[in-house]
Write a protein of this length. Sequence first.
Length: 432
Amino acid sequence: MSPDALAVTGFVSLFALILLRVPVGMAMGLVGVTGYASIVGTAPALKMVGLTSMRTVTDYTFGVIPMFMLMGAIVSQSGMSAELFRAANAFIGHRRGGLGLATIAACAGFAAISGSSVATAATFATVAYPEMRRHNYPKSFSTGVIAAGGTLGAIFPPSTVLAVYGLITQQDIGRLFVAGILPGVLAVAMYMATIAVIVWARPDFLPAGERFSWRERLAALSKVWASLLLFVFVIGGLYGGLFTPTEAGGVGACGAFLISVARGKLDARGLREALLRATRTASAVFTVLIGALLFGYFLTVTGAPQKVTGFLTGLGLSPLGVLLLIMAMYLVLGCLMDAMAMIILTVPIVFPAVTALGYDPIWFGIIIVMTVELGLIHPPVGMNVFVIKTTVEDVSFATIFRGVAPFIVTDLVRLAILIAIPQIALWLPSLM
């Protein structure tokens, strides 16, 4: 069988295994090792498995992943998410749709110290949803705004997805993190504008909440100092060049632990739960990462990345046309696999074509991560939607997707703005 036929067979086999519900990491590893063995030989393929696995889990650079995950787990366990929501609710919850605005604001704050979209969605499904339902918010809006707010974890630093993109493409992770700040702020502003439009179009659809006194507002605001301190310390240290991204992860995890213990928000049982959660999540990420690397080695020996680059650059399309084609591919893949798997599997293939077309790799990382965000909420899969459905059992998938639909439109508009104005993502990194 020719290398081209092997590569096509490998992709078909991979998607068949995924549809059969074989875990994505395992499926990529199995197809990758089998395909590599068919070209190079069984002994080199088996040796590659051991070397790749050991090198990945012991590489200092990859330590950024479990460290930031541990920081997010400790932050979640210590209740900072509830404090962020209460503070946002105290200031804007009295407006029509105010609890939705508060949820978006709190999701942004939590995303900035957790780095995980799924964790953000799961956390606020337990924190914000009961409060919205208590004030008679519709189920569709309540779950939709949480699903959309959860995607902010993929763009605000310290985003795990951005970190993995940086590791794969050999880009400066600190610059990627900083590049995500303004697009993240834009996302928050546009989500809030979407809620405002819903309130304007349907005045009786969303109720108003209770109004808090300024004493209560300041009391709620005084409790978010820990989250603010942690974000400023970690991201400020990265921006100022005080430490590397891996060191920032370690400092952030240590800082989250010390702050939580000092405030009496984390006991031995809570620490154990945070460690177990971070270990499980990191193990899942590393399984996908190792599987994708094995699959990538198989594609490399077939010459697929170079051929894809030649194909895309030879289509006769403009650079923008090629970019839109790649983004459409990600939207389709969002129906089959999670965000991390999409990034790990596809970026090594499309990245050479993108750089050959002259696109900035930092900007492209932001664009692709924001496109992948859509995969977290658009039907028929939507990882955030599944997470919310697991947490909130009395809501159907159709209800959640109906609630998240306006935010999908907002995401598409935001992508168009970032493509038209790349400096939104590139201005802050240019100052480093």
